[in-house]
Ligand binder design. Structure first.
Ligand SMILES: CCCCCCC[C@@H](O)CC(=O)SCCNC(=O)CCNC(=O)[C@H](O)C(C)(C)COP(=O)(O)OP(=O)(O)OC[C@H]1O[C@@H](n2cnc3c(N)ncnc32)[C@H](O)[C@@H]1OP(=O)(O)O
Length: 287
């Protein structure tokens, strides 16, 4: 069954309720490169290493209240093997507490047909609220690039505009190695997509080997921004948006280049390719 526009736009993605605590925060921090410098005290609250100071790394919003791999459901009409994460953004409205029960609600916000052989774009948004206080904690927004679904007869817009980076040299550079088994760890963050785990599935999707989750690379970029522009103070972290421009393989080193106006991109050092481009970060006070 090919994609049916009205059906996918109105797809009922069940609300999720999740209780999390210190262990979940620590696991997430470790999967986005926190704690690699055991002498950097500023990272330790994010990996559960200090008894009296536990904090949530802001990018954990991406996995809280995650609806699961619903695009893999056959009734979506999507060729799930061919999809990749195209763009992603988060806004932290209120600091994510160290423990809470949250409610996540995801909905499809747009669907664009780029034409036969050129793919389709599915836009979605997830809102996370604290179930106890009803406080709106975070909004996550994403674009799934449906490489195998162009030409289904949908509208050709509107298309989200990507941020243009400055032409000047970046003001800061932040390097973090990923681990060869990085994706095997990251899958515990609510994304068991076999594209990142099983070489046979990766080969069917056209890749030499499993690729890293886009949200894992995004988490490494968020770590760099938290370090460089917020001095590891999660209270200052406001929003970030970016585009996934090339795949990352587990084990590669990620170099995030940051400009003082909040622009950023993340390169794979070993291959000198931009894996995350068009990035824009905002501090809380600029929201
Ligand atoms: C269930 C909940 C949903 C969650 C789903 C996610 C599940 C995860 O497990 C999956 C993943 O994590 S996949 C890993 C992360 N993503 C990636 O590695 C993708 C990397 N990027 C690519 O491969 C290509 O850029 C690619 C393929 C994205 C585009 O490549 P090309 O087709 O060669 O593009 P190009 O020729 O450069 O441009 C064509 C038009 O497309 C626009 N475009 C380019 N990159 C885009 C991107 N990343 N996002 C959105 N649009 C993009 C270009 O602007 C161009 O547009 P136009 O035709 O209008 O000029």
């Amino acid at each position: 069954m090919p994609i049916q526009y009205d059906h996918l736009m109105g797809y009922d993605i069940p609300e999720t309720r999740q209780t999390y605590g210190a262990e979940d925060l620590a696991r997430f921090g470790l999967t986005v490169g926190m704690g690699q410098d055991p002498l950097d005290m500023r990272q330790l609250p994010y990996v559960g290493a200090l008894a009296d100071d536990t904090r949530a790394m802001p990018a954990i919003a991406n996995i809280l209240g995650h609806p699961g791999f619903w695009l893999g459901n056959p009734d979506t009409g999507v060729d799930a093997l061919k999809l990749v994460h195209g763009e992603h953004g988060i806004t932290i409205h209120n600091t994510i507490p160290p423990e809470a029960t949250i409610i996540g609600k995801t909905r499809v916000t747009g669907l664009v047909d780029k034409g036969e052989g050129r793919g389709a774009l599915l836009y979605y948004e997830k809102h996370i609220r604290d179930a106890g206080t009803d406080q709106h904690l975070a909004t996550c927004r994403g674009t799934t690039f449906l490489r195998g679904d162009g030409g289904f007869g949908g509208p050709s817009g509107p298309i989200r505009q990507a941020h243009t980076l400055p032409e000047s040299a970046p003001d800061h550079v932040f390097d973090t190695p990923t681990r060869p088994e990085q994706a095997l760890y990251y899958r515990w963050n609510a994304d068991p997509n076999p594209l990142h785990l099983d070489p046979r599935v990766a080969a069917k999707a056209g890749f030499d080997r499993p690729i890293l989750h886009g949200l894992c690379s995004f988490g490494f970029a968020a770590h760099a921004l938290l370090a460089v522009l917020c001095d590891y103070d999660a209270e200052r972290f406001g929003a970030m948006d970016a585009r996934f421009t090339a795949v990352v393989y587990p084990g590669e080193t990620l170099r995030t280049e940051i400009w003082n106006d909040g622009s950023f991109r993340t390169k794979v050092v070993e291959r000198d390719v931009v894996a995350i481009g068009n990035g824009l970060f905002k501090r809380k006070e600029a929201l």
